[in-house]
Design a protein around this ligand. Structure first.
Ligand SMILES: *Cc1c(COP(=O)(O)O)cnc(C)c1O
Length: 405
């Protein structure tokens, strides 16, 4: 399919280019030491991802350990309530450990094993990436250092407990505001010292090349499965596909299955409390071009041009930028990026739970809220929503802050 001058039949061959660019976005803006480490990872990835041994091992892990393929569920009661549009969800909440993040963590850890590394390193904010990586490290018998700000350690006690039980070393970062940004800096610094024995595992389609590409490729299993399942269930493609966007990994994986199809794609960002800077984390909607954490993309900046403070009711979505490929697909017009706020999200959280017996992660509830709005606008057709994770982690928070609805 040709779209605005881009041939999507060969899209994955050309994007990113060999330097990690999706148009002007992406790249690797890092120190020479780290450049060398990234070059080593890129080379290993290109060799290994063509190896049938690696591919069949990853397939086996997905089937026997992660529980893939995850199903698609038809939301009969919710569809009936909204009108004539048929709603479906891809059940990444049923992936082992309860979200899509394990898809790329198992891939990254398997790559570490093939490269002969002994350790995986990462930072975590809310702890979701840390838990997924700790799970993968335990599976492969790798050491695992997770850098986390002291403020987040206090806030996210259950995830800290999970990481420790899984054998990970949770390294407390105490400087500055002691949250995600400081944890990223500390993890990068540690990696610069340890890259001979360790590999850095980024938690989304972010960071320097090759991570936006690798994480997308590992997540593309979601979209490839979903396309085949949807056609199998209905005999057709969905009219629209919806996914939430923080860094953008679950969306990138889902969209990868449909980029070359006549299907409308929607990425949903968190509008939080409103459009004022600091009240949301909708970088693609309100941000401008800039470089952070080693890549060029669209980002929210403060008055000094530094990454701005962001807010979302979903801690997995509050990042001041999004992956470079999303910035590219936005400019191209291939994917439409839009927002829903906290209130709409909490409503969708309860609606999906009550109507279908599925408690979504608050991140995923953003996509559900948008899918419901879209269904009302469309009037007919079908919408496939990526349900990136389950909501067990969010139940206490929702009840304390919003009560039962
Ligand atoms: C982390 C997380 C997200 C956001 O990450 P993306 O990289 O944007 O997909 C979304 N949903 C869940 C359940 C998460 O844990």
């Amino acid at each position: 399919m040709n779209f605005n001058g881009i041939d999507f039949d060969t899209y994955f061959k050309h994007y990113p280019d060999e330097n990690g660019f999706f148009g002007k976005y992406g790249g690797a803006y890092i120190s020479d030491d780290l450049k060398q480490a990234m070059a080593e990872i890129t080379e290993a990835y290109f060799t290994i991802c063509k190896s049938s041994k690696f591919i069949s091992e990853l397939r086996g892990i997905r089937r026997d350990f992660q529980g893939r393929p995850t199903p698609i569920s038809y939301l009969e009661r919710l569809s009936g309530k909204l009108g004539n549009v048929q709603l479906y969800v891809k059940r990444e909440d049923l992936n082992h450990s309860g979200a899509h993040k394990l898809n790329h963590c198992m891939g990254e850890a398997l790559l570490a094993k093939y490269m002969g590394k002994k350790k995986v390193i990462a930072e975590t904010g809310a702890g979701q990436h840390g838990v997924a990586l700790a799970t993968a490290a335990a599976y492969f018998g790798l050491e695992c250092d997770i850098y986390m700000g002291s403020v987040d350690i206090k806030k996210q006690a259950p995830n800290v407990a999970r990481m420790k039980i899984l054998g990970a070393n949770v390294v407390e970062v105490t400087h500055g505001l002691a949250t995600l940004k400081e944890a990223v800096d500390a993890a990068f610094a540690a990696y610069a010292n340890e890259y001979k024995d360790a590999i850095y595992c980024i938690g989304s389609v972010l960071g320097p090349h090759p991570f936006p590409m690798m994480v997308r490729d590992f997540q593309s299993v979601v979209g490839i499965e979903a396309r085949e399942q949807f056609v199998g269930m209905t005999g057709e493609l969905p009219d629209a596909v919806v996914a939430c966007v923080g860094g953008g990994s679950n969306a990138a994986g889902m969209f990868a299955g449909f980029l070359n199809d006549p299907v409308d794609l929607y990425g949903v960002e968190p509008l939080g409390k409103g459009p004022k800077l600091g009240d949301h984390a909708a970088s693609l909607k309100y941000g401008t071009e800039g470089i952070m954490h080693g890549f060029n993309s669209i980002m929210l900046k403060d008055e000094n041009g530094e990454p701005a403070p962001v807010y979302s009711v979903a801690s997995g979505l509050d990042y001041p930028s999004s992956g470079p490929e999303h910035a590219f697909l936005r400019d191209l017009g291939r994917v439409k990026y839009d927002v829903v706020d906290d209130e709409e999200t909490i409503d969708a959280f309860f609606t999906l739970s009550r109507t279908e017996g599925i408690i979504p992660a608050i991140e995923s509830a953003h996509a559900v809220a948008y899918g419901m709005k879209l269904a009302k606008q469309m009037g007919k057709g079908s919408v496939l929503i990526n349900l990136s994770g389950r909501g067990d982690k969010d139940m206490d928070y929702v009840l304390q802050n919003y009560g039962i609805r």
